[in-house]
Each structure stands twice: as C-alpha cells, then as structure tokens.
Design a protein around this ligand. Sequence first.
Ligand code: ZN
Length: 91
Amino acid sequence: MRVCPVIKPNGERCRGIVGATSDYCPAHDPARKDARRRAASKAARSKPDARIKGVKGQLQDLADRVLSGELERADAAVVSLADPERQATGA
Ligand SMILES: [Zn+2]
C-alpha cells in the first residue's frame, strides 16, 4: 500500500492512501481538483436561504392542498412534523 507524497503545511507527511490509478491520495490528486471544485460550488449554490424558500413553498403547497380538501389534515400534520426546518424554528 502506497502513501501520498504530499507534505502538509505543518510539515507532516500526508498519510492518505494512494489508489491504483494515481500517485496521490484522493485529497491531493490533481486529477480530482476539478471534481472537488464542482462539488464545492454545488454546495455553495444550495445555501440555507434557498433551501428554506423551498420548504416554505412546500408548506404553502401543503396548506393549499389541505384547504382544498385534497389532503387529510392528519397527513399534513405528519409531514410538518417530519420537516426539520419547521422543528428547528419551532414554528
Ligand atoms: Zn494526500
């Protein structure tokens, strides 16, 4: 088993295990930099703000459907309890 050759800023050698297709561990593999950057920008896009807006939209949709009689009220209550955003805010 090979070990990653990268020396970290603190002077320690990286102990990442090198895969069969690279000379570096997954964290330092130059070929994976692009994938990591894509993952990071994807995370940046899914900001809590957007997520909360999505939840609000879902709750509004839920309320509309309950009011229109499409959903049983009990079902709507269960969905609301399963919603972590709602629990976090205590709303
Ligand atoms: Zn490494």
